[in-house]
Design a binder for this molecule. Structure first.
Ligand SMILES: Cc1cc2nc3c(=O)[nH]c(=O)nc-3n(C[C@H](O)[C@H](O)[C@H](O)COP(=O)(O)OP(=O)(O)OC[C@H]3O[C@@H](n4cnc5c(N)ncnc54)[C@H](O)[C@@H]3O)c2cc1C
Length: 407
């Protein structure tokens, strides 16, 4: 959508509406930026506890030494300086829809006319016996990028050659469907070079997974005999994690890991649960055009926390939803034209450093939800040159995409 679409009309308006955005991840930062850039008469405040955002996308490359940690880190200075967004580093503790205030952990209250919430995901620790938040310091999930990703990398680096890296993959729906299998692929690439006697075991909570044919083909071509994938129908599912022994118990067998990576089942971020934006599914139902909550009028939700029909939980989707949401909020507050949303996903996945696949999907609101409109997906038989090009494109995508959100 063009940034200038609302500019001249809103500049003439008298409105001094206030929008508070909760969460400065991909979804929240994009809502804040696109609102501030397109509707200058709206005062935009972004609340995010962390001074820097670390992207999960490309964190699998960092994990195996193909990218620096610093290259994944993005600050909020440009959003504040170029777009005039009031960035507050604090946590939101509550929203009072009657007084129309957002309450911060520090005790401060921010008045609002609309609020947009993008808190990402939380983990259902009670779904995995023996695994809780404290256990993540021994067996990381590394599903939020930052200290967890660093811990898993240290463990991989200090692992003796000949050990087994056990990855527990979560049930649907979860953040970034291809990412556990991308992680297994890149860890195999690392083992091939530095720990050639080591193996990878994926214990899956599912019987199939996203882009399975592409991964199975790549594992055979690049990492023959190194990666074993056990679906739930073979193991009977994960029954318990023994953190001290670093072992994972399934219905049929117990697997001992040299390094374990447990990615727990997921739900909408804690804050969404706490203020009643999530339904029994654990995710937040939204209007597919405006991204206004179906449970709490006046509060919009975008990103991984949403239950958004066919849309997967990806950064590209969070960014796309955020733009639609920003235009809907600007329309509601200023009376400017409301355009139908254009919703997309574009995803690159690395099978090896010079072998990447992609998918591109457009979506449209339909029958109260969001459905796939058109899609392109990489095919198994593509040439090595096509795959190399996709890997190169992915690097460019990272820069353009993070600039679109934070730049
Ligand atoms: C290993 C891995 C690889 C991935 N690769 C890709 C990829 O290649 N392409 C892709 O498109 N996606 C990818 N993803 C998915 C992508 O990272 C997520 O979909 C995206 O981050 C979702 O954005 P979000 O804004 O919903 O949540 P987040 O980006 O998690 O942001 C949520 C923010 O909200 C803040 N917050 C939470 N609670 C509060 C509160 N109470 N007050 C204030 N702030 C709060 C948090 O601090 C956080 O900054 C990957 C994910 C993983 C794990």
């Amino acid at each position: 959508m063009a940034l200038a679409a609302f500019g001249p009309r809103l500049a003439a308006s008298e409105a001094k509406a206030r929008v508070v955005v909760v969460g400065g991840g991909i979804g929240g930062a994009t809502v804040a930026k696109y609102l501030a850039a397109t509707a200058p008469t709206i005062k935009v405040t972004l609340v995010e506890p962390k001074p820097h955002y670390t992207t999960c996308f490309f964190s699998n490359l960092y994990l195996v030494g193909l990218r620096s940690f610093e290259s994944l880190s993005h600050g909020y200075e440009t959003l504040a300086q170029r777009y005039g967004i009031n960035v507050i580093h604090d946590s939101v503790a509550a929203i009072d829809p009657v007084a129309k205030t957002v309450g911060l952990k520090s005790g401060r209250k921010l008045p609002y006319d609309r609020v947009a919430v993008a808190p990402g995901i939380a983990f259902k620790y009670d779904a995995l016996a023996g695994y809780d938040e404290a256990a993540t310091q021994v067996i990381p999930h590394a599903w939020n990028a930052g200290p967890q990703t660093k811990l898993l990398r240290q463990q991989l680096e200090s692992m003796e050659d000949g050990g087994v890296f056990v990855l527990v993959a979560p049930p649907n729906p979860f953040r970034c469907p291809p990412a556990p299998y991308e992680r297994a692929s890149l860890v195999a690439c690392y083992f091939k070079q530095y720990k050639p006697h080591s193996r990878i075991l994926i214990l899956d909570a599912k019987d199939s997974f996203n882009s399975q044919d592409l991964f199975l083909d790549a594992w055979e071509r690049h990492y023959r005999g190194m990666i074993e994938w056990l679906p739930a129908q073979f193991t009977g599912g994960i029954k318990a994690i023994d953190v001290r022994e670093r072992s994972i118990k399934t219905a049929t067998e117990t697997f001992k890991a040299a390094v374990a990576n447990v990615i727990p089942p997921q739900m909408a971020g804690q804050f969404a649960q706490q203020i009643g934006l999530a339904d029994q599914s654990g995710w937040c139902p939204i209007d597919p055009v405006t991204f206004e909550s179906k449970l709490q009028p006046g509060i919009h939700v975008v990103g991984d926390a949403t239950s958004a029909g066919d849309m997967p939980k990806s950064a590209f989707v969070a960014n796309s939803q955020a733009k639609a949401c920003a235009f809907a909020i600007a329309g509601a507050l200023t009376g400017s034209e409301r355009l139908p949303p254009h919703l997309f996903n574009m995803c690159y996945t690395f099978l090896a450093p010079d072998d990447a696949v992609s998918n591109a999907i457009s979506f449209e609101p339909a029958a109260g939800t969001i459905k796939i409109d058109h899609s392109f997906v990489s095919q198994v038989q593509e040439s090595a040159e096509t795959r190399r090009r996709a890997a190169h494109e992915a690097e460019g995508w990272y820069d353009t995409f993070t600039h679109d959100t934070f730049g």
